[in-house]
Every structure is written in structure tokens, then in C-alpha cells.
Design a binder for this molecule. Structure first.
Ligand SMILES: Cc1cc2nc3c(=O)[nH]c(=O)nc-3n(C[C@H](O)[C@H](O)[C@H](O)COP(=O)(O)OP(=O)(O)OC[C@H]3O[C@@H](n4cnc5c(N)ncnc54)[C@H](O)[C@@H]3O)c2cc1C
Length: 466
């Protein structure tokens, strides 16, 4: 097919770019290296026949909140909400629970309830205009004036390291641990700036849209995007890895790849090439998927209702494990991010579970025992429930998806520096110096997450300038 636009890579950003271009009347060809479309939205039977596991994203708070997906209003995708968005078990105390309802969450936090309402709660109350601003940090903005004041307030707290913010604003072990568990999604040392902001945004989303899952697995969302593209006359081809841009012949090329891949695909002008060479990747993850013969036997039964569970104990413990990881070491008691899809979605062939911990980029360490020991700490007898397990370290993750460089699931370090220079310093970082060639992956603003915003921004620029 001769195409007006070629999109390389079918992660959420590539798919959103492809559909946006097709809806604008362009003939789109989507090329994907893997046999299945979706990138971080892929699902597969990783353990036993009939068990559906997500290879990447499961929690769809970003997708549901994102202006890109709200605008696409896809049909045939159903979101399922767990009774509790997030649980954070602690030794010898009841688990901290984040409910959809901010007040109920605050009640559970006791003396720290007000601090939660004043931070994550206030951001949730600011609503979609604030989310739109945060997911579209370089504009264009169509938000009410008061949103800028709310954003400034969010920014004052959010710019802080999570450790500083937690100690200043929260007094209890529970409140501080909650902030640490939320902020550690950033994969940064929690003493680094803006880590509080990641935690507060995720907390706000739990109240604004919940932390839902796609019923049937995240692949359903990817497949719906591919179906939409095809219904608009676009073509999607799997099993086709693009190695050089010279292979492509279209006035618009949108790349859902990270800087390292772009460097290998084309000869780039010196300044831009050096900018991409300076781009830093973040830590990797070690991920386990399990098929269980029943639910995880949590010591605190309230944890059973949570879609996402943060393991690792107190603020001090989690901060230490993330500092170790950032310094290039493996924590013996790592922060573990665990997702139990069956709490929301009974259609995945039984009790499936996944968890990962952060490891230094490219690590070859086997973290199975460390992760399972952290689960056993709060759920004694967990290992007896395991029917089958599947492990993926950085090398296996990158083999399955070349964007996961060294196991980095964020498309590059999400530090303050790379918040403003992603992947280069520019008012329109989705544009490359090559005419008609755009970048849309999570290595562009607003960064990691299944929100599709990089795809929308790149496609819009391509329609204007391509
Ligand atoms: C284990 C894990 C858990 C996660 N959990 C969550 C979560 O719960 N919620 C959330 O919001 N986010 C989560 N994420 C992050 C989220 O998946 C990513 O931020 C998101 O998928 C990035 O989208 P993308 O389109 O930029 O790239 P990707 O989704 O990585 O897709 C890139 C695609 O491009 C293809 N590709 C690359 N190079 C080429 C080439 N040369 N030719 C052809 N095709 C190519 C790849 O095969 C891949 O399919 C998770 C990620 C992982 C790995």
C-alpha cells in the first residue's frame, strides 16, 4: 500500500498516532516488530493455557484520564474497577487503603487524613483540567484560568522529593508509607526532585477515575485501536521490524521508538544526534507472572480487594531500596509493585498475578526469591498457591519489546532533567530534524504510562507540518 503516513511501533502511543492520522483522512500504514500489536498493552498466556497475563501495563488510570483516549472514545473496551484501588500492607498494622472516594481514604489515614485531602485530594478535585495540563506540559492548553493556580499549588508540593514531602506533610507511619509506595512508581531515588509529584498525580487519579483494568486483558484495548485504524482504511502489519528509515516511503513517518533505536535507524544532524546520545535510560525491572490456584492469602483480608498492592513497608524501607537500586545495587528487600487483576476482572482464566521490582539497568540478577519473600512477609503461604510462574528480567523484556532498553519500562529516566529535555530540549520535542519524521514514544512528553499522549501530540504536529 502506498501510504500518506507510516507509523513504526504499535504501543499505545503508536496506536493513538495511527488512529489520529487516519481520522484526519490520512492513509496510514502501521508496522510492528512483534507478531501481536500493542507494545506495552500486549497480553499473552505466559503461564498456563487459558490464563491471560498482561506483558506490560494493566492499571489503566492514565488511559482513562488521558485526553487522547477520552477524545478517541473507543467502543468495545470495558474498564473494570477493583473494590480498592491500592493497598499498602504494613507489618503488625492494618494495611493502608486508597479508595475511589477520597474522604473514605482520608478516614483510614487517621491523623494524616487532612494531609491526604489537601494534596492528592485537592488535585483530584481540580479534575480533568489539571490532568490535561499535567499530561500536556508543553501545551496547547485549553483549560480554565483557575487551573493554573491549582497547578501551581500542585507543583509546589510535587516538585519536592517524596521523602521530603512525606516527612513535612505527613506524620504517621501509614501516611508516609503510602506516599513512598505511590512515588516509587517513578523508578527514581525518592530523594530526587519531582518524585512527590508522580505519587500525588497517581493518588489523585485514584479518586478522579479510579485505577481500573481492561476487562479481558490490556490486549483488548490494543485490538480496539487496531480495529479502529482498519475501519478507517488503515493497514496494520505485524512481524515487521523497521531497521532503517530509508526503507520507508511516505511524507509522514511517526516513530514509536526510543532515542537509541532512532540513532541506529538514520544518519542524524550532529547536534540532534549528540542530544539523543546524552539521553539517559532508567533502571530496569524484574517481572514475575504467576498462575495461582486461589487468591493470595493476605494476612490483612482488606488487601484482597485491591487491584494494586505496594509492598516494601515503611517510607524509610522503600526509600532505602530505591536508593540502592538508583546506586546500581540490588536491594535484598526490594519495593515490589504487585497487581492482582482478579480483584476486578474474573475473565482472565483464574487467579493470575504479576509483580515487579526495580533493578539496575541491564541487570542479570534473578529477583524471584526476593520478590516472593516480600509477598510472603504479608501473605504467609503465598508460595503454596503457585501453580506456575514466568520470569522476565531486563534482557527478556527488551527481547519482547525493543523499547524496553535494559529493562527500562519508562522509555528513559523520568528525572526532572528529562522531564524538560525529553528526549531533547525543544518546544516541540516530537519533531525531529528529519523532514516529516516524528517521535511519539514514552521518550517524549509526558513520558511513561499508557496514556497515548505522545502519539496524539506527534500526530497533530505531523498533520500541521508533515
Ligand atoms: C511490566 C510493565 C508494567 C507496566 N505497567 C503499567 C501500568 O500498569 N499502567 C501504565 O499506565 N503503564 C504501565 N507500563 C508502562 C507502559 O506500558 C508504557 O509506558 C507504554 O506502553 C509506552 O507506550 P509506547 O507506545 O511509548 O511504547 P511501547 O508500548 O513500548 O510500544 C513500542 C512498540 O514499538 C515496537 N517497535 C519498536 N521498535 C520497532 C521497530 N524498529 N520496528 C517495528 N516496531 C518497533 C515494539 O515492538 C512495541 O510494540 C508498564 C510497562 C511494563 C513493561
Amino acid at each position: 500500500m502506498s501510504a500518506d503516513a507510516v507509523v513504526v511501533g504499535s504501543g499505545p502511543n503508536g496506536l493513538v498516532a495511527a488512529v489520529t492520522l487516519a481520522r484526519a483522512g490520512r492513509k496510514v500504514l502501521l508496522l510492528e516488530a512483534a507478531e501481536r500489536f500493542g507494545g506495552g498493552l500486549r497480553s499473552a498466556e505466559l503461564t498456563l493455557p487459558g490464563r491471560v497475563h498482561d506483558l506490560g501495563a494493566t492499571v489503566m488510570a492514565m488511559a482513562v484520564a488521558s485526553p487522547a483516549f477520552r477524545e478517541l472514545a473507543l467502543k468495545g473496551v470495558e474498564f473494570a474497577h477493583p473494590p480498592v484501588a491500592v493497598a499498602h500492607p504494613l507489618d503488625g498494622r492494618p494495611a493502608v487503603l486508597v479508595h475511589r472516594d477520597a474522604r473514605r481514604t482520608a478516614e483510614g489515614l487517621g491523623r494524616d487524613g487532612r494531609a491526604w485531602l489537601a494534596s492528592a485530594g485537592a488535585a483530584a478535585e481540580a479534575g480533568f483540567p489539571l490532568v490535561d495540563l499535567l499530561l500536556q506540559p508543553l501545551g496547547p492548553w485549553h483549560v480554565p484560568l483557575k487551573t493554573f493556580a491549582q497547578a501551581a499549588r500542585f507543583g509546589l508540593a510535587g516538585a519536592l522529593p517524596a521523602t521530603t514531602f512525606a516527612r513535612r506533610a505527613f506524620r504517621t507511619v501509614e501516611g508516609r508509607a503510602l506516599i513512598a509506595g505511590m512515588a516509587a512508581h517513578s523508578m527514581l531515588d525518592l530523594r530526587a526532585p519531582i518524585t512527590a509529584g508522580y505519587g500525588l498525580l497517581l493518588g489523585a487519579l485514584a479518586h478522579l477515575v479510579g485505577w481500573p483494568l481492561v476487562r479481558g486483558g490490556s490486549q483488548v484495548l490494543a485490538d480496539a485501536l487496531v480495529a479502529e485504524l482498519r475501519s478507517l482504511g488503515g493497514e496494520a502489519v505485524g512481524g515487521h521490524r523497521v531497521r532503517r528509515l530509508a526503507e520507508l516511503d511516505a511524507p509522514i513517518v511517526v516513530l514509536d521508538v526510543t532515542p537509541r533505536q532512532l540513532l541506529a535507524m538514520a544518519d542524524l544532524p550532529d547536534g540532534y544526534r549528540r542530544g539523543l546520545e546524552r539521553y539517559r535510560y532508567g533502571p530496569g525491572v524484574f517481572k514475575l507472572d504467576w498462575a495461582l490456584d486461589g487468591p493470595v492469602p493476605w494476612r490483612d483480608p482488606a488487601v484482597a480487594g485491591a487491584g494494586t498492592v505496594h509492598l516494601g513497608g515503611t517510607l524509610e524501607e522503600i526509600a532505602l531500596s530505591e536508593a540502592e537500586m538508583a546506586a546500581g545495587r540490588h536491594s535484598p528487600r526490594p519495593y515490589v509493585l504487585l497487581v492482582q487483576p482478579y480483584a476486578a476482572d474474573p475473565t482472565r482464566g483464574g487467579h493470575t498475578l504479576w509483580a515487579y521490582c526495580h533493578v539496575p539497568n541491564g541487570s542479570r540478577a534473578d529477583m524471584t526469591d526476593a520478590i516472593e519473600t516480600q509477598i510472603e512477609r504479608y501473605a504467609p503461604g503465598f508460595r503454596d498457591r503457585v501453580l506456575a510462574r514466568h520470569a522476565m528480567g531486563p534482557a527478556e523484556l527488551e527481547a519482547a519489546n525493543p523499547n524496553l532498553v535494559g529493562g527500562d519500562i519508562g522509555g528513559g529516566l523520568a528525572s526532572l532533567g528529562q522531564f524538560v529535555r525529553r528526549p531533547v530540549w525543544s518546544p516541540a520535542p516530537w519533531r525531529t530534524p528529519l523532514p516529516g519524521v516524528f517521535l511519539c514514544s514514552s521518550s517524549t512528553p509526558p513520558g511513561p504510562g499508557a496514556h497515548g499522549m505522545g502519539g496524539r501530540q506527534a500526530a497533530r504536529l505531523a498533520l500541521k507540518h508533515g
